[in-house]
Design a protein around this ligand. Sequence first.
Ligand SMILES: C[S@@+](CC[C@H](N)C(=O)[O-])C[C@H]1O[C@@H](n2cnc3c(N)ncnc32)[C@H](O)[C@@H]1O
Length: 345
Amino acid sequence: MRASRYLKTSKYHVLYNEDCLETAQRLSDNFVDLIYTDPPFYTDRLFQRGNYRFDDRWDDVDEYMFWLKPRLQEFKRILKSTGSIYIHCDWHVSHNIKVLADKIFNRSNFLNEIIWKRQSSHNDASQGSRHYGRIHDSIFVYAMSSDYTWNQQYTPYSESYLKSAYRHVDPESNRKYALGDLTGPGGASKGNPKYEFLGAERYWRYSKQKMEKLLASGKISHKKGRLPYLKRYLDEMNGRQLQDIWSDIPPEKGNNYKYPTQKPERLIRRIVKTSSNEGQVLYDPFVGSGTSGVVCSRLSRNWIGSDISCEACNLTFERLQALDCQVFFEPWMNLHVCEPILVQE
Ligand SMILES: C[S@@+](CC[C@H](N)C(=O)[O-])C[C@H]1O[C@@H](n2cnc3c(N)ncnc32)[C@H](O)[C@@H]1O
């Protein structure tokens, strides 16, 4: 329990080399703001990359689910009511996990299944595969209540969309704009008001007062005999609201890629930015190479991580030290068990 004293300080990175069930049990109820969990996927493989390895072989799916259940239950206990959990998995057991997670976190708290396209293609037909290429992971997102932290993220518009939608230019200001529908979708059933505006009687998206304000501020485009449209200026737009298919983040490659199944920083960064704020606490039960710790250090979040593998913890420790991030590592002696690292306290 010694490490819990670090959690009283305002900024911390704490790493536990142990089963995540034990780590979660150390933490009090309603303590963490966000959990990103990337457990073994039930792949029936022994992963190895350089000196790093982890074993994802099980007797059967029941054994795996029996192992996972108490961990997810503990994760729920330690999450704040404003918190959320991201459960990373793939086709092997995603469907079993969804059923279990619906029960534990409550189906009504389910927000999304994010599809992360982790590679462009799987060309294994020549080796005898007779199925479509399996190129995506699933990430299930649950909030703990309706009052969860959410910072909307945006992605840049595609060139083709910019060309087709933002093809109008304001002659005076030279600003590019797109035309947006002002009629109220769903009509009366969605509570849209009906009135006459610029010669057309319709269900409109906004109140008459607001439409008049928009007109007065030059935000409405209107040609005789046609419906009015809203001018959406490109320089006022954030971009495209992030959707649930993420195909713009390639897998980790190159010198940075050290650990089997290591996730890219950009992927975790997106999750951390959306579902937490500066100074909040993220817990990653299966840190592997410590990607979430690196992201939390860069984004000023507090971080608690655990991994059963001491090699994984050492790698995580090294990555964090390289960022000048002070890490409390428990149990401290394990740092020296697998590979000695020079540690400055
Ligand atoms: C899919 S990898 C995590 C990869 C990580 N997200 C990254 O970016 O490097 C899963 C990790 O879970 C660890 N692990 C397996 N069983 C565990 C347990 N019961 N408690 C904690 N860690 C465990 C493995 O050692 C492995 O490092």
